[in-house]
Design a protein around this ligand. Sequence first.
Ligand code: GAP
Length: 446
Amino acid sequence: MDTAAPEQRVTMDEVTALAKRRGFIFQSSEIYGGINGFWDYGPLGAVLKRNVKDAWWRDTVELRDDVVAFDSSIIMHPLTWQASGHVDQFHDVLVDCKVCKHRFRLDHLKDTSKCPDCGTKDSFTEPRNFSLMMKTQVGPMEDTASTAYLRPETAQGIFVNFKNVYQTARKRPPFGIAQIGKSFRNEITPGNFTFRVREFEQAELEYFVPDDGKDMAAFQEWVDLRKAWYSKYGVKADRLRFYELTPKERPHYAKAGVDVEYLFPWGWGELESIAHRGTYDLDAHMKLSGKDLRFFDEANKAHYTPLLIESSAGMDRTTLTMLIDAMEREKSVDPNGKETERTVLRFHPFIAPVQVAVFSLARNKPELVERARAIESALRPKHRTQYDEGNIGQLYRRQDEIGTPFCVTVDYDSLADGTVTVRERDSMRQERVSSGGLEAFLAERL
Ligand code: GAP
């Protein structure tokens, strides 16, 4: 689905350099040379990702009375993956060039007659299936009976528990079950930083609706809600698109599908898939397990299998999107009239890892340090705060680079008149605010 990207303001090199420099994202096991397809989130990245997940959870679960929470195990009974079709069908088709030995995904080759790397004609091996399922062993015996899989999606944990959940939560369709958790896929070509990785987190909503003719309206409603969600947290509308899958592009059982895509520096990439999956998933588990997962409708005294609308978003991809989308390099003029350039992350306040930074103008003035520290600890229960001290210009630069919406500086005037300087990230405007009014000032803006 890639098309040429119009010019972007930041490059991936700039994003990855900033992510490392400021402690957002590190290569996993870096001291051993790293491991392809795995990443670690540093002190700021861990908070950023948590905020992204919290934003999803708050809007999808907490603020709705028709969605309940769920948290299933990563390793499930292996038959789960037989029923879902993953064991038989979840693979990529690969070919190797017999001359240069390079390996390719067949669906990534524009021309299958000639190797794109060494240019040799008719050099490919026969296509072979490569499973994306990560295998492991459960228990002390390493035989086939102990083979299990790390889940490639969180959704199946919800499907096999459908009856447990609707009975205990006393819910009737339309209602949803939501889960955020790790998934694993043995991707053949991980890449584009944290975009395609082998261990990632998904936020999945499985919304069950009755077969009453309103299912397509429910599907559209979720597409609209998801659109509103990205916009609420500031993702730029012109870098986001909702691509409607054609009948050929979606699985045979799916009635509708929309991919949410973001315009990354390398082109369009999928953030989320929204699908109308009919009764496919519950049917598959009922068939293999022999257990009845249908819903009993008291009103009609009849069982039925609800239809499923699924929204499945990648939290690592969304975190990366927030980072890239927020990042800007801009020229500005410093207080001495000198032109400078700054890098700024214009995070939405809910997403920003640090919301308020409090500075003491000087390191070696105990009265200033004490006052600034007291202000910071008073704000800490309400906002994500950070204390720092030293050269104010450098401190602002650092906070701009990590996307902190407000900086508060305690200076000598603060000791005399009790005011502080509040500097706003985007406009760089500074105003004096009384210490007593600071909490209300920030609460209003955050
Ligand atoms: N239950 C449906 C499902 O898993 P999917 O389109 O295969 O659908 C949903 O995955 C989302 O999970 C993707 O849109 C993407 O954001 C994320 N995702 C999938 N594979 C990924 C990978 N290798 N690395 C990072 N995120 C991935």
